[in-house]
Design a protein around this ligand. Structure first.
Ligand code: ADP
Ligand code: SF4
Length: 690
């Protein structure tokens, strides 16, 4: 069966020529940010090398600034301002070449997207314009002499990229973040000289830079072009059936490869809440019909059958991936080895993107080893065997318990996993039943599947354990992963102490709604959802309530809905969805008090109070750990020895409530470190340790 699987997907493992270089297969990790970049080059190199080890035939950098006038500080992007940046980038090409893959670099000048906070250079643009960040900075219009200078910068950067060992050099016009794209776009380019106005004029610089790059490095390096084929802005932006198509037709055979996607980043990296696998297909499907050059495209592809269809139908030559390669760097190897059921599929949550957006190395909900490959020597697939395998009792089958059990089993331990409820997955199972979050169940499913394949794992549902139970089992290592519960008292960011006047029988928590559905609502009338959590959940619950027919008022102390989802690129979509669903938005308001039929909310700026007609209040504020079992066991610590217990640990939300990614990582970290004789030394990259 495995042999036949291998041959089924053999087309995905054909080598493909890209100009002067040859990719060993069709798996192509397109440029993506990591939050590492120039500031954490060893961390970056190890991460990229891991993908090559896992079978990605092409592995790209993130956008790599070519000049100090394209300075995205404090973001940790790639940097190739001058020769001094070459050694750091060479770490990456060497790590990729070690596994026979090609290394690609996405050169960028960010034009009016850069604020140059560190370099203090004045940003440049086709036409004078205010930058697209909130900074009070304007970009100046480039003269023709500036344009010639820019072309030289790009050429020099391409030469530096070649000497750093890159096989593929990008000319980048995407995400509304690139000077070259700014020149293409009518809304940014208001020039009247040979670089503005007509389509041919707006295309000129892009065409010249492609030719320059080929001239500079094309003898040994492939020249790839990344172009946004649609900006989802209608006539205001590039459209796949408009000028984007004209661009590709005009330049069809100029580059060695077309990498096509949506712009801006929030459209390119849509979450599973808002789009399905393959969401870019309708925009990119035309490209192969207008060029003979290989084409790569993305769409959160994790299904080998979909990948096969894309290649066989002549839609794409390469399966492009950013997030699926983060969630599973070994995705290609697993397909090649006929282990498709072992693929750890991306859930489309964009936690990875929050790393870049908050200027730190990224993490991943599905792959706890991401960002830790260099720093902690963690590998997403291999883990040392325990020197002396012992028995473990893991209590709680949510993300952290499942991951701890899975990794302990992989290390060779005997593991009993006990879960109180009738289902595995904890909060992931509950949340995945809410609108738009179904795919999140992959966090549970992958781990459960891995555990079910192993003889050394015993899995028990409907097993709510007490301290007495635990003491009676004589299992030396006990891990509590008992999760957390949403608070009923309103304590959160805006209210550090319980909200004084609540009507308890009219207050619900997300747990009530997730466990009982809208049956939890006992009173007719409008429902207010108070979002002091400021991530995704309150907005999802509001959606659930609207679908069930309730009038919903969304109240948040923040000036925008679901504020932290700016980091996952979802904020605008969420606010739009709430508005489209006729949810009444009361931004910058806190809960003041409540009566049987009304809710008083106060403006966070003025304190002015508004009375709302509300029958039920859903508090989405913060959580408390489910630590009763921990407290009970701690109270009986003198009995541990007689009960054969060496250690009891808490992990995940039971230790401190956080992201699902944090809980998964806690489970993995527990298994990694459980036999460490001393606290593991985490390598620090960016600080000189004297
Ligand atoms: P985390 O994100 O840290 O994994 P979750 O809340 O998702 O936390 O999962 C915790 C799981 O632990 C839930 O499925 C819950 O039913 C289970 N659980 C809580 N207390 C006990 C207990 N005493 N015995 C067994 N399982 C428990
Ligand atoms: Fe996918 Fe989420 Fe991991 Fe990003 S963090 S790769 S979106 S699972």
């Amino acid at each position: 069966m495995r042999e036949s699987e291998r041959s089924t997907y053999s087309v995905l493992f054909e080598p493909v020529n890209i100009g002067p270089v040859t990719a060993p297969n069709r798996f192509y990790q397109v440029p993506h940010c990591t939050g590492m970049g120039y500031r954490f080059p060893r961390t970056e190199a190890k991460l990229r090398g891991m993908k090559a080890e896992g079978g990605w035939g092409v592995v790209s950098t993130q956008e790599t600034e070519i000049h100090a006038s394209s300075d995205l500080t404090p973001a940790n992007e790639g940097r190739l301002w001058d020769e001094r940046d070459i050694p750091a980038l060479r770490l990456m090409t060497e790590a990729v070449h070690e596994h026979g893959s090609l290394a690609a670099i996405q050169l960028v000048h960010n034009g009016l997207h850069s604020t140059n906070r560190y370099s203090r250079e004045i940003p440049i643009a086709p036409s004078a314009a205010i930058v697209d960040q909130n900074d009070p900075v304007q970009a100046r219009e480039m003269s023709v002499s500036d344009i010639n200078t820019f072309k030289q910068w790009h050429r020099d950067a391409a030469l530096r990229a070649k000497s750093a060992g890159f096989d593929i050099v990008y000319v980048y016009a995407g995400h509304d973040m690139s000077l070259l794209q700014h020149f293409l776009l009518q809304r940014h380019n208001h020039r009247s000289d040979q670089y503005g106005g007509s389509f041919t004029n707006r295309l000129r610089l892009f065409k010249e830079v492609i030719a320059e790059t080929r001239d500079a490095v094309g003898d040994t390096c492939a020249v790839a072009v990344r172009l946004a084929v649609d900006e989802l802005l209608g006539e205001e932006g590039l459209q796949h059936d408009g000028e984007a198509r004209d661009i590709i037709e005009a330049l069809a055979e100029e580059p060695d490869l077309w990498d096509v996607n949506l712009s801006d980043w929030s459209n390119d990296s849509q979450t599973s809440r808002f789009s399905e696998e393959g969401y870019q297909e309708r925009y990119t499907s035309f490209v192969k019909s207008v060029t003979t050059k290989p084409v790569v495209g993305v769409g959160r592809y994790t299904s080998p059958d979909t990948m096969l269809r894309l290649v066989k139908s002549g839609h794409l030559d390469f399966i492009g991936a950013a997030r699926p390669s983060i969630a599973d760097p070994f995705l290609p190897k697993k397909i090649e080895e006929g282990r498709v059921e072992d693929i750890r599929e991306c859930i489309g949550c964009n936690i990875c993107i929050t790393g870049d957006n908050t200027n730190v190395p990224m993490r991943c909900t599905q792959n706890p080893a991401v960002g830790e490959e260099w720093r902690r020597d963690w590998h997403p697939e291999y883990i040392r065997k325990l020197k002396a395998p012992e028995d473990y009792l893991v209590i709680g089958g949510g993300p952290s318990g499942l991951e701890a059990a899975r990794a302990l089993v992989q290390r060779g331990a005997q593991v009993i996993l006990a879960e109180a409820s009738e289902q595995w997955g904890g909060r992931v199972t509950l949340e995945s039943q809410l609108p738009g979050l179904a795919v999140w169940s992959r966090v549970r499913d992958w781990r459960l599947h891995q555990l079910q394949q192993q003889a050394n794992a015993q899995l028990y549902l409907q097993s709510p354990l007490t301290a007495e139970d635990v003491l009676s089992y004589q299992i030396p290592n006990v891990v509590l992963a008992t999760g957390s519960s949403w608070r009923r008292d309103g304590v959160g960011r805006a209210n550090r102490r319980p909200i004084a006047q609540l009507v308890p029988e009219r207050v619900l928590t997300p747990d009530d709604l997730m466990k009982q559905g809208v049956d939890a609502i006992k009173h007719e009338g409008p429902v207010a959802v108070f979002d002091d959590d400021r991530f995704y959940l309150a907005s999802v619950l509001a959606e659930q309530l609207v679908i069930a027919g309730y009038d919903v008022i969304y109240v948040t102390p923040s000036p925008i809905a679901a504020a932290w989802t700016e980091q996952t690129l979802e904020q605008e979509r969420i606010q739009k969805r709430l508005i489209d669903l006729n949810v009444k938005l009361l931004l910058s308001h806190n809960v003041a008090s409540m009566s049987d039929d009304s809710l008083s909310v106060s403006c966070t700026y003025t304190g002015r109070v508004t009375e709302l007609s509300v029958a039920t209040l859903v508090l989405v504020t913060s959580r408390t750990s489910n630590d009763t079992l921990w407290q009970d066991l701690s109270a009986k610590q003198e009995h541990w020895k007689a009960a054969g217990i060496n250690r009891v640990d808490r992990i995940g939300d039971c230790y401190s409530p956080g992201l699902i990614a944090t809980a998964v990582q806690a489970g993995f970290a527990y298994a990694q470190n459980v036999d460490a004789t001393e606290a593991p030394l985490v390598r620090r990259e960016d600080i000189s340790l004297l």
